[in-house]
Ligand binder design. Structure first.
Ligand code: BG6
Ligand code: MG
Length: 215
């Protein structure tokens, strides 16, 4: 029996994924190379330093640890500028309604994000109170596809991982959820078909009972 829904943030609740892309791309451009939106899919759900390492590899660039930390910090400064104006208007279609319906159905909710910025973002979006538990990139130390972030969510919610459904827009996130033994709902159109137990463009036309019957 399903007891909890665990939501990724970037790309599921709000469209901050494009700001991560914009900031990483700006950094790559300053280093003298570029990468495509398709390539960016490999960064979704992946932690900050892990993302940086992938990008540097694409550009064939080797840097010292100190330089990497400086670049990651620079990218985050740009990202923070881009998300400064984030508000409830930036919720993805249906996100708030789906969270409310989930709670009404007596299902627990958790946020399971790799981002160290996740909590200020859910505050700006005005949905922080709709999560029983918040797991962000400060709490979880291992980057998706490691299942840690979702296992921590289940443990803080006090539910069995096998009773959880994870909502994710990234391949790394779906792999993390599967590694945790959880059901998966793929959100958006970028995931390869057949990866998640169930796939939807957004949360907009879903209800908790539809999701539970489909996974
Ligand atoms: C994930 C995003 O939610 O968080 C990734 O999908 C991002 O793109 C990661 O790199 C880490 O985010 P932050 O805000 O800690 O740099
Ligand atoms: Mg995401």
């Amino acid at each position: 029996q399903i007891k909890a829904f665990i939501f990724d943030l970037d790309g599921v609740i709000t469209d901050t994924a494009r700001y991560h892309f914009k900031a990483w791309r700006r950094m790559a451009n300053e280093l003298g190379f570029d990468f495509s939106e398709e390539k960016n899919e490999e960064l979704k759900g992946v932690g900050r330093l892990e993302s940086l390492n992938k990008i540097l590899q694409w550009g064939g660039i080797t840097l010292s640890e100190e330089e990497k930390i400086r670049l990651a910090e620079q990218k985050n400064q740009w990202y923070l500028q881009y998300i400064q104006e984030v508000s409830a208007n930036d919720l993805l279609p249906g996100a708030r309604e789906f969270l409310l319906a989930t709670r009404e159905a007596g299902i627990k909710t958790a946020l399971g994000s790799a981002s160290k910025n996740a909590i200020p973002i859910v505050e700006k979006l005005g949905v922080k109170h709709l999560f029983d538990v918040l797991i962000d990139g400060n709490k979880a130390t291992k980057s998706k596809p490691d299942p840690e972030v979702f296992l921590l969510g289940a443990s803080e919610l006090n539910v069995d991982p096998l009773s959880c459904i994870v909502f994710e827009d990234s391949l790394a996130g779906i792999q993390a959820a599967k590694g945790a033994g959880m059901y998966t709902v793929g959100i958006g159109y970028m995931l390869p078909k057949g990866i998640a137990d169930f796939q939807a463009g957004s949360l907009e036309f879903l209800t908790p009972s539809i999701v539970i019957s489909e996974v």
